[in-house]
Ligand binder design. Structure first.
Ligand SMILES: [Zn+2]
Length: 421
């Protein structure tokens, strides 16, 4: 496939590469190259000419709760712990109904597609059948996904609190079944967070992580009340991060931890050593008054970071809004602490494309050999009134939206996954 258009991507943190009127060649799922002039050998082949459109890497969202897509925007007069009790848990209890779950999952995948998110790591619910259905639908959608059944055997309402051994058995069944029956959709271990999982549960999940070499996703130090609660639950372990480490739930290079706001320097050192990717969720941090992750400082310390929507702590699945909120929140920190320079839009965009994509494989930038995941954005009538550079077009798309006219995932055009829910 040969595409022509205005290409913009961020191959490394801090760089923005633009090819105005450039050419991108793919073969199968992967990119052969991005050129300013089409190489001779491709001159006779058909070209998909996107004219004045902007072509950028698709988004990858490494922290999102699929069932909570129905709750987006609701309940932000509360903070984390009461919000979970009042809004999150009652909604998640409904996913014992597989028909309801199926309809929500379809709407969830449609919403990611609409938002230009082609890859994700998602929490399902505690229900085995519902989690399996989300895996099957993800596979059918054409998107790339890591999906996990939530594990939760303490401090949960009766209707969601699991029997530890049954939860571990259900988890192992999903791991094995997904390996046998699915190609692209992978299992990710998903303890909700330390307060929701007993020591026996965390120990069992740590063993599964080791036995099957699986990735892990969870939450870490989102809210001060939560951090104090973890300290009370595990008085013999010095920090929140070390609780996960103690139970084998920080497998090196295979762990996503969302939020990571209130950390000690010692914890940051451990997270760096374990190559944990920290998912900064700016909209969620604001909505639940959790705090602001010191993103610039973490990046300068060599921690791996990405940005994520965290629906429904985040009020929208749109990663474009997450990128701009990342910049805006970094400016709030800068106003309070002049040493912490704010992130540029290009830096924040990297954290939503290549920065998150690297957890999913060779994806998130237009580099030779990478999977081709991309969005084609056509200028609106309003935008076309002004001559703009590709970077300015990206700025307006991220801050105010735009018309995505084509989405590619793994070298294929992806249509709306489920026209009917
Ligand atoms: Zn979350």
């Amino acid at each position: 496939m040969i595409l022509k258009g205005n290409f913009l991507h961020t191959p490394t943190f801090g760089t923005v590469e633009v090819h105005r009127g450039g050419w991108l060649v793919t073969q199968g799922e992967r990119i052969v190259g991005l050129y300013d002039a089409l190489p001779e050998e491709y001159r006779d082949q058909p070209v998909m000419d996107w004219g004045d459109s902007l072509i950028i890497p698709a988004f990858h969202d490494l922290h999102i709760h699929a069932p909570q897509i129905v709750n987006r925007g609701i309940g932000y007069d509360e903070q984390l712990l009461p919000w979970l009790e009042q809004y999150t848990f009652p909604t998640e209890a409904r996913f014992s109904d597989l028909d309801f779950a199926t309809r929500v999952w379809k709407a969830f995948l449609n919403r990611l597609w609409e938002s230009g998110t082609m890859g994700f790591a998602a929490f399902a619910t505690v229900h085995k059948q519902a989690a399996w259905r989300l895996m099957e639908l993800t596979e059918a959608s054409g998107l790339r996904g890591l999906v996990g059944k939530v594990n939760m055997d303490r401090n949960a309402p009766d209707c969601l609190r699991e029997d530890t051994q049954a939860s571990l058995a259900d988890t192992e069944e999903l791991i094995c079944r997904s390996r046998e029956e699915l190609k692209r959709t992978k299992y990710i271990l998903t303890p909700r967070f330390v307060p929701s999982t007993t020591e026996q549960m965390m120990d069992g999940l740590g063993q599964l992580a080791q036995r099957y070499q699986l990735p892990v996703q969870s939450h870490l130090s989102e809210n001060r009340g939560e951090v104090e609660w973890v300290a009370k639950l595990h008085p013999d372990i010095p920090t929140y991060t070390q609780v996960y480490e103690h139970f084998g739930l920080l497998p090196r290079g295979r762990t996503i931890m969302a939020h990571a706001i209130h950390l000690t320097q010692q914890e940051k050192e451990l997270l760096r050593e374990k190559e944990v990717i920290l998912a900064h969720c700016p909209l969620s941090n604001l909505n639940l008054s959790s705090g602001i992750m010191p993103l610039r400082d973490d990046l300068e310390r060599g921690l791996r970071c990405c940005v994520a929507s965290d629906v429904a702590g985040g009020n929208t699945a749109q990663m474009a809004r997450t990128v701009t909120a990342t910049v805006q929140l970094s400016k709030v920190r800068w106003m309070q602490r002049p040493k912490e320079t704010p992130l540029s839009l290009g830096e924040a965009f990297y954290l939503a494309t290549r920065g998150s994509g690297e957890f999913l494989g060779d994806v998130g930038a237009f580099l030779p050999g990478f999977q081709f995941d991309a969005l084609v954005i056509r200028p609106t009538a309003l935008d076309a009134l002004m001559e703009r550079s590709p970077y300015e077009r990206l700025e307006q798309f991220l801050y105010d939206g735009g018309e995505i006219v084509q989405r590619y995932c793994g070298g294929k055009a992806v249509e709306k996954p489920f026209p009917e829910i």
